[in-house]
Design a protein around this ligand. Sequence first.
Ligand SMILES: [Ca+2]
Length: 186
Amino acid sequence: MVYVDGKPVPFQTAFTAQRVKEMRRYPNLDGPIVAFRNLQNLKFAEQTEVWGVNEPAVRQGAALVDLDNDGDLDLVVNVLNGPAEVWENLGANARVAVELQGLSPNTAGIGAQITLRGGAVLSQTHEVVCGGQYLSGSQTRVVFAAGAAKTGMALDVKWRSGKRSHVSSVGANRLFGSMNMGRNRS
Ligand SMILES: [Ca+2]
């Protein structure tokens, strides 16, 4: 029981009344998912309407995951007071995917740095992370843009232990998942 204006009110009633009051004072600020294309010259071009992600809503967390296992990362977004959204990546550009298999307990290779050389740009590096995003966590699979390269790329992995793995003659549109060559420490 709480007291409102000196009168006893059940807690749930008071809480609901306060929430309604706040919602009226601060209405939703709906907006689109703002999307950009990397132009590879340190510039980005907005693609929000082109990619059809301009439906206004209040979205909070977003996670990248290859739901259909076709090698590109799809997008899952939660929506305030609405069903979650799943956005399929329909891009057909060549890519290289990597899924590390570390030793227990860090079986996903969290903290490892993966570098692809010779792809869309001279060098791309991505660190495998677990969580660290607002209200969401993405799949630990890492996807790089291969660009025009069909083969001849190289992958380097710097594990948390400091050990390194190397794969040469990497071809586009492949998933590399067996790189358990370094003991990881969480
Ligand atoms: Ca996909």
